[in-house]
Design a protein around this ligand. Structure first.
Ligand SMILES: NC(=O)C1=CN([C@@H]2O[C@H](COP(=O)(O)OP(=O)(O)OC[C@H]3O[C@@H](n4cnc5c(N)ncnc54)[C@H](O)[C@@H]3O)[C@@H](O)[C@H]2O)[C@H](O)CC1
Ligand code: K
Length: 534
């Protein structure tokens, strides 16, 4: 069985670059027909969802470039299916003639389509063909695109007009679409920022650009999904035991915030860690063993050489011994850099640029897990090189990549669209997750899930290295998962568990670890064994 490829997005600029050799080879018109055909198919799908196709009205707002050309050709195809097709130009020349794609208009006219100054009130679908990847500067929404018929569905051609296809930034005005039909490749601007809000459901039309698209990880934004997460966090080997499944050290919680220790440890155990060992004061140790008799607890934590991943940060008390606890973990990782390190919550205020440099020099695999506020504070203390400090930036992905590259640590930026970025530019977006995770404590659970996924990987690597040693390197070299992909897989499991438990009528972080357990069990052993009584 071949695994389906992981979905990915590239910038609009990369798509334009991919088109260049084809345009130079005279294939521009063929590409446009292909895009228009795909667009027309998706408009037909929307129409069929509303009633009969013949007799329906589709209007298109048509700009001056090829985006408008796609829309005109699509209207011509729709006209041939019995649709009333109306093109509305958004720019005219000094003689009042529409400025738009001449061949596209000729094709539409030949098919029996018409032009109008405004979108007819009876329109069932409005195609936004004003601007695509050629958008520069700011978009002033033309009058014709204001006050569209309330009952009409807006289908964006390639990109909602006003959205930067590279970054998702909306400059000036923007058009909100129900569906965006995009050509050649998913564009990052449709998955990030305001662009993702305006794009609605994104549908990809293959126009044969595949071999011309950039293939290096730093040029792609990959989208984590279930099959990919399952490959990255596989079921334990039949001959596995607690050490081969991975040992997670959880340095979390304090007398002030004891619950964080429980949530983080629960996340690690439910995500399949072979063993979770909590290090903390007496209060949190008692709380953890009460919730999880299987957990180990101590004041100092597991031995560095026996630990596959460390989680540090949730619920540490920065007015007490938080820095000392962080330093102990840092030094444990420096002593055994084979172990991964998850830096979360309070630890994000404790970690320094020097700590990160030392960890990077030691070759440690470090993931920091801020939410937006923590990310702003972190980048204020430890800046993004060449950037103007903290705060919202339109190209969040570029900032994350720059920071990660400069400091040698991966960043998992939590939010409605969680992103993971690694120092080499590899980037992942979560294809799961909704508002159900927006309650206190879910981040603590995620830190533990991350610990378990990274620990399992570290344990597998250690085992593979031992076996390779035993066979003098004759063993098969397997694909080694990257840090960013593993972190994204953990975030996917967490998000899926959140959605699963919301469906089951549960909403708190306290019940989330059990949902993680159910999600992982289903992934590993199928529906029957992944159903829990609780
Ligand atoms: N190139 C191809 O063969 C294919 C392209 N496809 C489609 O084409 C667009 C990109 O087309 P392009 O002509 O390069 O750009 P646009 O149509 O997006 O816009 C260019 C047009 O608009 C003007 N413009 C730019 N910015 C603004 C602004 N802020 N306000 C007003 N006007 C603006 C600019 O001067 C040009 O006149 C791509 O998205 C696809 O839809 C197909 O995919 C097939 C192959
Ligand atoms: K458009």
């Amino acid at each position: 069985m071949t695994a389906s490829p992981t979905p990915f997005a590239v910038t609009g600029s990369a798509v334009r670059a991919a088109e260049e050799p084809l345009l130079a080879a005279g294939q521009g018109a063929a590409l446009m027909r292909c895009a228009a055909w795909g667009l027309a198919q998706h408009v037909l799908r929307v129409l069929r969802g509303r009633g009969p196709v013949a007799g329906a009205t589709v209007a298109a707002l048509v700009g001056t470039g090829n985006n408008g050309g796609d829309a005109l050709w699509a209207l011509a195809l729709l006209r041939r299916r019995g649709v009333a097709a109306v093109a509305v130009p958004i720019a005219r020349d000094e003689h009042g003639a529409p400025r738009w794609h001449a061949e596209g208009w000729a094709a539409l006219r030949a098919a029996g389509g018409t032009a109008a100054d405004v979108v007819p009130a009876r329109a069932d679908v409005v195609v936004d063909g004003m601007l695509g990847t050629g958008f520069r500067g700011e978009f002033a929404v033309p009058d014709a695109a204001r006050g569209l018929p309330a009952g009409a569905a807006v289908v964006a051609c390639d990109v909602p007009s006003g959205v930067d296809a590279d970054t998702g930034e909306v400059r000036g005005g923007g058009v909100r679409a129900e569906v965006t039909v995009t050509f050649g490749a998913l564009k990052t601007g449709l998955l990030l920022g305001d662009g993702a809000d305006l794009a609605g459901d994104v549908r990809l039309v293959d126009i044969g650009l595949g071999p011309h698209l950039p293939s290096a990880p730093p040029e792609r934004l990959r989208v984590m999904d279930g099959p990919t997460a399952a490959r990255l966090h596989p079921a334990p080997a039949a001959d596995g035991h607690k050490y081969t499944r991975g040992v997670v050290g959880v340095v979390a919680g304090s007398a002030r915030y004891p619950g964080a220790a429980v949530l983080s440890t629960s996340g690690a155990l439910e995500a399949g860690a072979g063993m979770a060992h909590h290090a903390g004061p007496a209060t949190t140790r008692a709380a953890v063993v009460t919730a999880h008799p299987e957990a180990l607890v101590s004041a100092e934590g597991p031995a560095p050489e026996r630990t596959d991943a460390w989680v540090v940060g949730p619920g540490l008390d920065t007015e007490d011994d938080a820095r000392e606890r962080f330093i102990r973990v840092r030094d444990a990782v420096l002593a055994n850099p084979r172990a991964a390190l998850v830096v979360d919550a309070s630890a994000l205020t404790l970690v320094t640029a020097e700590d990160l440099a030392a960890l990077r020099d030691a070759g440690a695999r470090v993931v920091l897990t801020p939410h937006a506020g923590e990310w702003a504070r972190l980048t204020e203390r430890i800046p993004v090189p060449g950037a103007d400090g903290a705060g919202h930036a339109p190209d969040e992905l570029a900032r994350l990549r720059a920071w990660s590259a400069a400091h040698g640590a991966a960043v998992l930026l939590k939010g409605p669209r969680t992103l993971v970025v690694a120092p080499d530019g590899e980037a992942w977006l979560m294809g799961e997750g909704g508002p159900e995770l927006g309650v206190g404590g879910t981040g603590d659970v995620l830190s533990g899930v991350l610990g378990a996924v990274l620990a399992a990987d570290a344990a597998r690597r250690a085992r593979a290295a031992e076996e390779e040693g035993a066979t003098c390197g004759a063993g098969e070299v397997e694909h080694v998962p990257t840090l960013a992909s593993l972190a994204a897989a953990a975030a996917w499991l967490h998000a899926r568990a959140g959605a699963d438990q919301a469906r089951a009528g549960r909403m708190t972080a306290g019940t989330l670890p059990a949902a993680v357990g159910g999600t992982v069990a289903r992934m590993w052993w199928g529906e029957a064994r992944g159903t829990r009584a609780d």
